[in-house]
Design a protein around this ligand. Structure first.
Ligand SMILES: [Zn+2]
Length: 419
């Protein structure tokens, strides 16, 4: 009985399977057919069309035709009766890629001890294409001793090699910053520590880091698992870093909440791990800047300012006193919507650039850069997602020449980037 049933049923099953298979093959677009590894994009080796067509379809020149680039063309099945590539519906003039966003992070899954950042890099490129960012500087976050996250400059190298026209990287957040935190725990700096610090800085320079970062002197913990980090900006290893930055001619990217005098931690930051009382750091930051004038120091995240103390007056005074100080601007996403716009923010609650900040930018046109500080994950669901957009929206409000200085010229000069 059993055997008879299976003999009877088998041809029917095979027939259904055959129909299903041919239908699904026919439903595949040429794009899907060529995309052998199903990663949603075509590499040169996967592409089966004439080579010049590849260059035409790869609109952002990143070496891949993405499904978005293929939309509306023969690749996505959009063939007209003459078999020609269908003209795209009129779309917004594509954004010109000009800006250099000097402060961003990619994270990804850790595979065999290394982070796989490929998917995050592709998400970043999409955001860059949409906002006019040509080049993005990536860096490991400032890490501390025994932290779960152990992201190094070397994790970014495959991405920089794959997309040399879209990314460059800074190093030190996973190594030099950790060494400073280690020295603080031990309460002293030994000759061995200095040697190790110098060696890592040289190694980063040799491997092509465009700067040292992300370093931190005052970094609040934002979540339970996120550490609180503090280091006096004039700590011996920070002064040493200034000398190394001058020696290698690489700028230092430093994250530091502004604490002009001792003050309580705002209640919305949980203590612990955050301390209840914050110690002043601006005077010590001045000593770091004065230590070696050849060291170019970029104080990052202006426009985020958790303490509300990064005022125009403070920024102006530090810029006047310190010719080697640079400021990078981060307009965090969602601040307007969340109604957390502080008086020190460059944009008002309607997203308009304030006149007094514009005047400061005009007074120091060579000293500001943008660094939107997106943390791009494969799911792109980090709260910082969208900061590139907000930061670019500030640039769009600047007079043309100032926009070119802050948007990219200063970054090309400071980081000695290839145009
Ligand atoms: Zn930061």
């Amino acid at each position: 009985m059993k055997r008879k049933f299976s003999v009877f049923i088998c041809p029917v099953f095979v027939g259904i399977a055959f129909i299903f298979l041919t239908t699904s093959l026919m439903a595949q677009t040429p794009f899907e057919h060529m995309d052998r590894n199903s990663d949603g994009r075509l590499s040169r080796s996967e592409f089966r069309g004439p080579p010049p067509a590849f260059g035409r379809l790869d609109r952002n020149n990143d070496g891949y035709i993405t499904d978005r680039e293929a939309a509306g063309t023969r690749l996505s099945g959009g063939m007209d009766t003459a078999g020609q590539v269908r003209t795209r519906p009129p779309e917004k003039k594509s954004t010109e890629l000009i800006y250099v966003d000097t402060h961003n992070h990619l994270v990804g899954r850790r595979v065999m001890g290394r982070y796989d950042l490929e998917k995050s890099a592709r998400i970043a490129i999409e955001a860059m294409d949409a906002t006019g960012v040509k080049l993005n500087l990536l860096m490991p976050m400032p890490q501390t001793v025994n932290q779960d996250l152990q992201l190094y400059f070397e994790d970014f190298l495959p991405i920089v090699e794959q997309y040399p026209n879209r990314f460059a990287a800074l190093g030190g957040g996973g190594s030099l910053n950790v060494m400073i935190q280690q020295a603080l725990r031990e309460g002293h700096v030994t000759t061995a520590m200095e040697k190790k610090f110098d060696a890592r800085a040289s190694e980063l320079a040799r491997k092509g880091a465009v700067g040292f970062g992300e370093m931190t002197a005052e970094h609040f913990s934002m979540t339970e698992k996120h550490p609180y980090e503090k280091a006096p900006p004039d700590h011996p290893l920070f002064l040493r870093l200034a000398d190394l930055a001058a020696k290698h001619d690489l700028p230092v990217d430093i994250h530091m909440e502004a604490i002009p005098e001792e003050m309580p931690m705002p209640s919305r930051f949980q203590s612990p791990p955050n301390p209840r009382i914050l110690k002043p750091n601006i005077a010590a930051f001045g000593r770091l800047l004065a230590h070696n004038r050849k060291a170019k120091i970029i104080w990052v995240h202006m426009g985020w300012d958790n303490m509300g103390k990064r005022t125009i007056a403070l920024t102006r005074r530090l810029l006047e006193e310190n010719p080697n100080l640079y400021i990078s601007i981060r307009i965090a996403s969602g601040m307007q919507e969340r109604k957390v716009v502080k008086p020190t923010f460059p944009l008002d609650k309607n997203g308009q650039l304030k006149q007094e900040w514009l005047e400061l930018f005009q007074k120091f046109p060579d000293r500001f850069l943008i660094g939107s500080d997106e943390i791009i994950k494969p799911a792109n669901n980090h709260p910082s997602a969208g900061s590139i957009r907000s930061t670019a929206s500030m640039l769009e409000q600047l007079p043309k020449k100032l926009k070119s200085h802050i948007g990219y010229e200063n970054a090309y000069r400071l980081y000695k980037l290839k145009k």
